[in-house]
Design a protein around this ligand. Structure first.
Ligand code: ASP
Length: 345
């Protein structure tokens, strides 16, 4: 369906979608955005009003940092009332982090913000970038009864639209690079573009976009592995200024029960460090208290992240800790699904 007259802002940050091979070095490097549009002449005939903003220089998404997220959020904020939707072209490597961050930074968002990219550059014959970009534009422009169909931060990739903060990159090789294992896809694109309207988040009645621009980076991810020792914990928990950690636990949220481990976690909690328990498993949820090994964490004051992805957990913590809230308030909000980032039955 053609969405005549709909206006879309494309924000090109970089990534494989807009890369070309350096003739000298042989490695992929970004090229400028005008060339990207040359690869999509089809789009011009579809009646969309498309404007674009390009990062200069475009960046590989491995170089994305919190300053970049603030830049993306500010571009959306400045243009919020001028466009029906936003498409962000982004490298796949950290796209799930950026989409998660944006979902927490853009408070009361009521328009589509669709991240997409490609495994093969637009200039390559077998590129996946063309379909990804064109369908993302259609989704960002889609309205029903005057309202956007998907007023959320999403990732569109290889025929599937997923909630950004539910998504992880799972494949370096296949076009099907992203998965949303714990939440249904919000749309699937085959011959028809079919929306799963039931699972889309609908904003409040009179939402007014507010952008959180302070992000706290005094946080860490502590991934457990058999053999992890006290020195490893001390190195992470002893980080200067540390305010919070994402504890990547085993299975349904389990961790070692030895005092060498628990005492260190308890001491960190006593120092006011917030500890959020997420699972190393992609599918399923943390269930603190199910086993003795997680009951001890719960009793010590560790918060359950339920089925939150690590990407969503770390970015949610960055945004919450950046707001000048008390530790009790941050803990309370971590325990709440703010943007549909976890399911707790
Ligand atoms: N290294 C690239 C990036 O994330 C990979 C990609 O775009 O797929 O920017």
């Amino acid at each position: 369906m053609v969405q005549e007259g709909r206006s879309i802002l494309l924000i090109y940050t970089g990534g494989t979608i807009g890369m070309h091979e350096d003739p000298v070095k042989g490695a992929l490097k970004p090229f400028d955005f005008t060339k990207i549009m040359q690869h999509l002449p089809e789009i011009r005939g579809y009646g969309y009003k498309i404007e674009s903003v390009s990062f200069d220089p475009p960046i590989d998404s491995s170089d994305i940092d919190t300053a970049t997220w603030i830049k993306i959020a500010e571009i959306i904020e400045e243009n919020y009332h001028l466009f029906d939707g936003f498409v962000i072209l982004h490298g796949t490597d950290t796209m799930a982090y950026s989409a998660s961050a944006m979902s927490f930074m853009l408070e009361d968002l009521a328009k589509p913000v669709i991240f997409t990219g490609a495994q093969l550059p637009l200039g390559a014959l077998r590129t996946d970038g063309k379909e990804n970009m064109i369908t993302s534009i259609m989704i960002a422009a889609a309205k029903e009864y005057g309202k956007p169909v998907v007023p959320e931060v999403c990732i569109y990739f290889e025929s599937k639209l997923s909630r950004g903060n539910r998504t992880s990159k799972v494949n370096t090789e296949h076009f099907n690079a992203f998965q949303s294992p714990n939440y249904p896809y919000l749309a699937k694109a085959g011959v028809h573009l079919v929306y799963n309207r039931e699972d889309v988040r609908i904003p409040g009645k009179f939402p007014e976009l507010k952008v959180h621009k302070n992000l706290c980076t005094e946080i860490a991810i502590l991934k457990l592995f058999p053999g992890i020792n006290g020195a490893h914990l001390d190195a992470i928990l002893g980080m200067e200024g540390l305010k919070g950690i994402i504890l990547e636990t085993y299975g349904a949220g389990n961790a070692p029960t030895g005092s060498w481990f628990l005492n260190r976690i308890k001491k960190a909690l006593d120092r006011g460090i917030i500890v959020l328990d997420v699972s190393q498993c992609n599918i399923g949820s943390v269930e603190m208290g199910l086993y003795e090994t997680s009951r001890k964490l719960l009793n010590a004051g560790v918060i359950s992240g339920y089925d939150t992805t690590t990407e969503a957990a770390i970015t949610k913590m960055m945004v919450l800790l950046g707001q000048g809230l008390t530790i009790a308030e941050v803990k309370m909000l971590l325990n709440k699904s703010l943007k549909g980032e976890f399911t707790h039955l």
